[in-house]
Write a protein that binds this ligand. Structure first.
Ligand code: PLP
Length: 384
């Protein structure tokens, strides 16, 4: 019975063009990679600055393994909080301009750590409808009342906040939306948080390292201060090129998370190799204005190149450039045809995105060359 259910469920996914499978890479994360035995140019990764395979970070990781070993051995509150973790937290807090920070093993866990520690039954969370899955799961885990406002709808959010009688209020948003590439209206969200005495949790997975002065992220992009109401989450496996995540905030909030956040407390601290490498990566991010300028030039080149096709790019100024195809099977067909030409672009389908908006999620990186983007533009033109 349970087997029938799984088999028919999988068959149904396949019939709808929704069955997922994993491709195996036989090369490091880089635009030129080998997948399923084929050399292709990848537009899939979130390695926006090309750091995942950076010689200085590889050297930092090797030196860290020699000095600190590979495992931390325990959770942060027991004996797993090594000097490299402490240094990474301080470097991250200083870089984003908040008083304190903690690091966690993944961004998914960071969101599960933050929300249930700050709100519970009797409280309310106000969340953008296009928020990342980890934020949606975090709200469910918290048991707070969930209010979801239409994507970017500041007026709708204001009305929900005004109508709420909840004890604590928390606004929850991606800074850069992961499947659309657009930027949340953070200045307006700041204002609403202030007016309604709410906290504001910002998930800057795709802005950290890419946007703002020296890559400080989306707050810096808008010139917004490190307000004590704001809890900033950033991931370290995307532009930073390593793995993990951080939460930066007011000192009291960080102390509270250290004491109450279950996804921080009940898990082994990340490897000291990763923590050391993150500290080095923060220094590289700060010095990478040239890479960010190159990335912006590639975004402009792609957008100009596909401006007149029958498929449209969503309006995005970030490294995430989604080309809307619509139909699931059609999106898979186009992705397959690109792959045949040696270009690897992921087709993103429901439930990750809304029905009827299947898309090619083109991710650009400073590691791409103009020639590689030109190759992608030519192929898309030919297929359209
Ligand atoms: C990738 C991502 C996460 C999860 O981060 P991981 O470190 O990959 O677990 C969280 N939020 C957003 C918006 C993301 O894009």
């Amino acid at each position: 019975m349970i087997w029938d259910e799984l088999e028919s469920g999988l068959a149904e996914l396949a019939a709808d063009g929704l069955l997922r499978r994993r491709r195996v890479l036989d090369s490091p994360c880089a635009p030129e990679c080998v997948v399923d035995g084929r050399a292709v140019v990848s537009f899939c990764s979130n390695d926006y600055l090309g750091f995942a395979n950076h010689p200085e970070l590889i050297a930092a990781a090797q030196a860290a393994a020699a000095q600190w070993g590979v495992g931390s051995g325990a959770s942060h509150l027991v004996s797993g909080h090594l000097r490299p973790h402490e240094e990474a937290e301080q470097a991250l807090a200083d870089f984003v301009g908040f008083p304190a920070a903690i690091t966690l093993s993944t961004g998914y866990m960071a969101n599960l750590a933050i929300v249930p520690a700050l709100v519970g039954r009797g409280d309310a969370v106000f969340a953008d409808k296009l928020n990342h899955a980890s934020l949606i799961d975090a709200v469910q885990l918290s048991r707070a009342e969930s209010h979801r406002y239409l994507h970017g709808d500041v007026a709708g959010l204001a009305a929900m906040l005004a109508a709420s009688t909840a004890k604590r209020k928390l606004i929850l948003t991606d800074a850069v939306f992961s499947m659309d590439g657009d930027i949340a209206p953070l200045p307006q969200l700041y204002e609403l948080a202030e007016r309604h005495d709410a906290r504001l949790v910002i998930d800057d997975a795709h802005g950290f390292g890419v946007l703002g002065d020296n890559g400080r992220g989306t707050l810096s992009h808008f010139d917004l201060p490190a307000d004590p109401r704001v809890i900033l989450m950033g991931t370290l496996g995307k532009a930073a090129g390593v793995a993990g995540a951080f939460v930066a905030a007011d000192r009291r909030v960080v102390d509270w998370l250290v004491n109450k956040a279950r996804a921080y407390i009940f898990t082994t601290a990340a490897s000291p190799i990763l923590a050391t490498t993150v500290t080095r990566s923060v220094a590289l991010i700060a010095a990478a204005d040239d890479r960010r300028a190159h990335l912006q030039a590639l975004v402009a080149q792609l957008r100009a190149g596909v401006a007149e096709l029958r498929w449209n790019l969503l309006p995005s100024e970030t490294a995430i450039q989604p080309l809307i195809i619509g139909d699931n099977h059609e999106a898979l067909r186009v992705a397959g045809a690109l792959f045949e030409r040696g270009l690897w672009v992921p087709a993103i389908r429901p439930p990750t995105v809304a029905k009827g908006t299947a898309r090619l999620r083109i991710s650009l990186s400073a590691a791409h060359t103009e020639a590689q983007v030109a190759q992608l533009v030519d192929a898309l033109r030919a297929l359209a």
